[in-house]
Design a binder for this molecule. Sequence first.
Ligand code: BTN
Length: 240
Amino acid sequence: MERRHLAECGSTNTEALAHLRDGGGPLIVSADRQTAGRGRLGRAWRSDDASLTFSVARPMPAELDLSGLSLAVGCTVADVLDPAGERVRLKWPNDLFLDGAKLGGILIETVPLPSQQRGVVIGIGLNLQPLPPDADRSAFASGHAALRSLDPTATAATVLDCLAPALRALLADFETLGFGPWQLAFSRRDLAAGRRVRVGGQVGVARGVSTQGELLLDTDDGIALVSTGEVSLRLENVSP
Ligand code: BTN
C-alpha cells in the first residue's frame, strides 16, 4: 500500500478522498498537522505534532455493508496498541479509550466511484503525548489519554509502522467477511457493556453489538438495535 506523509494539510481524510476520487489505489496518508481536521457529528478535530493523524484509503465494492467497520478498525488498533487487552477499550461506535479517558477516534467517510466501487477512507486520530499541565481540560469532555502512557518511546512513525499492516489486512478481511468475525473481539473491549447509556435520544443498558455492529440497547420497551450512523453514546453515571 502506498504511503505518503505531509508536514501539514487541511485533513488527511480530505486528501485521501481526493486521491480515490482521482482514480488512485490503496493509500495511507499521514500528517504532522491538520488545519481543518474533522471529527464525527460535524465536530472539529484538533491535531498537531502531539498526535498521530492519518487516513487509510481503499476502493471497495459499492454493495459492501460498511456497518461495523469502525468497530473492526477499533478492535484492530486496540489489538496492536494493547495486545494483552488490559488497558485499551472501545466506546461504540468509534472511540478508543485508554485507562478510562479518550485516546482517539475514528472517522469513516466514503466517495462514490465508477464501476460499482466506493472509495472508503478511514481517518484515525490518536493522542501521542499527554496534555501540558496548563492545558484547558474543559475541551476534553471524555478526558485525555496518550499513547506515551502505554509506551514511553512511541513516536507517530513507529506507531504508524505497526498499525499500517494490521489495517491493510483488516480491510482485505472485512471485504470478504464483513463485521461478524469481530463481534467477539469487540465485546472483550466494550467500554459500555452492562452500563446505562444514552444514545440517539434513547436510554437503556448496553448489551453488546449485533453481527452488523448495531448496539443492542436494553430499554424499558425491550431490546432496541441502534445502527452506527450519526449518533453518539454517553455513559450515564447511574449504575443499572
Ligand atoms: C472522532 O472522535 O470524532 C473522530 C476523530 C477522527 C480524526 C481523524 S484525524 C485523521 C483524519 N482526518 C480528519 O480530518 N479526521 C480524521
